[in-house]
Design a protein around this ligand. Structure first.
Ligand SMILES: Nc1ncnc2c1ncn2[C@@H]1O[C@H](COP(=O)(O)OP(=O)(O)OP(=O)(O)O)[C@@H](O)[C@H]1O
Length: 509
């Protein structure tokens, strides 16, 4: 099959798609559990190649094959880029197989069989990787991941694809340091005039832009760029920056950080469907630069242009890649120079948290001292999961040997891991613009999932599917002034630069 050049779509199709059985693969371990299916690490029996198998969940489908899976397959078959996950083929299983929990198929599902998407295998997702105790990403590493994220997204956007669920667990990373966008279950092709009516119920809440929270149904690539801004700040700050519990609170957090919409910062805000329901009761000042004053000026400048309320003024992926941030020291590192980690996926870190909770409960009951809690452990969401193992205190980023372990792990060569006694991986403060040693320096950022955000796929505003009728509808924090001090300056722009470095990415517009 001829490969598409960078920036081009893949127009050829493998003839064998769907014709092979999943029996050609040996399932090794479950590595993911998503809204739409389980993900397994597997080995192709014939070639020994390690792949990821994503089983398409059919049990809730009354109307046949799920539309999200159809979309994901359709889009991924067309995309061909080094920063976008590669869908290798589709395989099927016979209708009377047992399900993954070893339950026999029932009357209602017995004729459905199983359909799996076969992906290239990636060792980590960004959330799972960053949740490793003791891990600190360096600034060149963050720049390297950000550059790849933006390059992959730029490719999607110039090919008229919106991702619509950019978040850490959908950014996959291999041990060559390559980052790839994954989970195109919410993605769709878009028209450049943004004239169509698109669904408003997309993007995981913490990464959802203000225009969607205000009900917009005509939108474009800028929605993904807001999510990128949230991830960027999270990488540098060490924790999610806008962890709202529900849509009104999410909007309130956005306004507290980015200021309330007005005629200057977002002239069209008042035209959004739910503006009158959610507009703040009094003006709020923009505080991005104050809140993140510990970032260096180039990082702040990029962040400021990504976390821009008005989607029309928000930077595009192309503009972001041209930001001074990527062109000033310390420059992004070469992906290949990144340390290799034992594999980690969010699903597994959730299991570890589950195990820790159980240990704590046990310790409480036995009146023993509590096991040490990792600073950033989110609440448990899944119960009844199998125990796993802790990562040890030593970490490649700390110039120490890799963790050692005694039990089974993601890889057969996995080693035992001890309790999380490593240093806190969140940067405290300090200017990052000084001299830097990528492997040793104190200029570190980090990233973590924190408590799990509500998913972007459910209906907004609880079960009703309707917006809360007013800004004060039961939400105490809404419309109340922000808790920050007033003596800050907002400004800064990278506008006016004459030089464009875009051609260095080999894009085709
Ligand atoms: N190609 C892959 N290689 C390794 N791990 C993968 C791969 N694809 C997915 N995973 C793991 O499985 C998890 C879930 O996959 P994915 O996001 O595609 O499923 P989903 O059902 O759409 O999930 P969600 O509802 O969380 O969006 C990912 O976060 C990742 O950890």
């Amino acid at each position: 099959m001829a490969l598409a050049a960078l920036g081009q779509l893949n127009v050829e199709e493998l003839p064998s798609w769907g014709s092979r059985s999943v029996d050609c693969f040996e399932k090794l371990e479950q590595i993911g559990e998503g809204t739409y299916g389980q993900v397994f690490m597997a080995r192709e029996t014939k070639t020994g190649e390690i792949v990821a198998l994503k089983k398409i969940r059919m049990d809730n489908e009354k109307e046949g094959f799920p539309i999200t899976a159809i979309r994901e397959i359709k889009i991924l078959k067309k995309l061909d880029h080094e920063n976008v996950i590669k869908l290798k083929e589709i395989v099927t299983s016979s209708e009377n197989e047992k399900d993954e929990q070893n339950n026999q198929v029932t009357e209602s599902n017995k004729f459905k069989g199983g359909i799996y998407m076969v992906f290239e295998y990636m060792d980590h997702d960004l959330t799972g990787l960053a949740d490793r105790p003791g891990l600190r990403f360096t600034v060149p590493q963050i720049k390297c991941y950000m550059k790849q994220l933006l390059t992959g997204l730029h490719y999607c956007h110039i090919n008229s694809v919106l991702h619509r669920d950019i978040k850490g667990s959908n950014l996959l990373i291999d041990n060559e340091g390559k980052l790839k966008l994954a989970d195109f279950g919410l993605a769709r092709f878009f028209a450049n005039d943004h004239d169509g009516n698109l669904t408003n119920r997309v993007i995981t809440l913490w990464y959802r832009p203000p225009e969607l929270l205000l009900g917009a149904t005509k939108y474009g690539p800028a929605v993904d760029m807001w999510s990128v801004g949230c991830i960027f700040a999270e990488l540098l700050h060490g924790k999610p920056i806008l962890p709202g519990k529900n849509e009104p609170e999410q909007l309130n957090k956005i306004f507290e950080l980015c200021g309330s919409p007005d005629e200057i910062n977002w002239p069209d805000a008042s035209k959004t469907p739910w503006y009158n329901n959610f507009k703040p009761s009094r003006p709020m000042k923009r505080r991005v630069r104050e809140m993140f004053r510990h970032f260096d000026r180039y990082a702040l400048d990029l962040l400021d242009h990504l976390l821009t309320l008005d989607p029309n003024q928000r930077w595009t992926a192309e503009q972001a890649l041209d930001a001074d941030y990527f062109w000033n020291d310390p420059v992004p590192c070469d992906p290949k120079s990144l340390p290799k980690y034992e594999s980690s996926h969010e699903f597994q870190t959730k299991r570890k948290r589950q195990q820790q909770r159980q240990n704590e409960e046990m310790a409480k009951r036995q009146k023993l001292p509590h096991p040490q809690q990792h600073a950033r452990l989110p609440p448990i969401q899944h119960v009844g999961q199998a125990p796993s193992h802790w990562h040890g205190p030593n970490h490649p980023m700390n110039n120490a040997p890799p963790p050692v372990s005694s039990g089974p792990s993601h890889h057969q060569y996995g080693k035992p891991r001890g309790p999380p006694t490593g240093p806190n991986r969140y940067p405290t403060s300090g200017n990052q613009s000084g001299a830097f040693n990528p492997n040793r320096g104190g200029q570190v950022g980090s990233f973590s999932s924190g408590p799990y955000p509500p998913q972007g796929r459910g209906p907004p505003f609880g079960g009703s599917g309707m917006p809360v009728p007013g800004p004060r509808g039961g939400h105490s924090g809404y419309g109340v002034g922000p808790p920050y001090s007033q003596n800050t300056q907002y400004g800064g722009s990278a506008a006016g630069r004459g030089h464009n470095r875009n051609q260095q990415y080999g894009w085709q517009q």
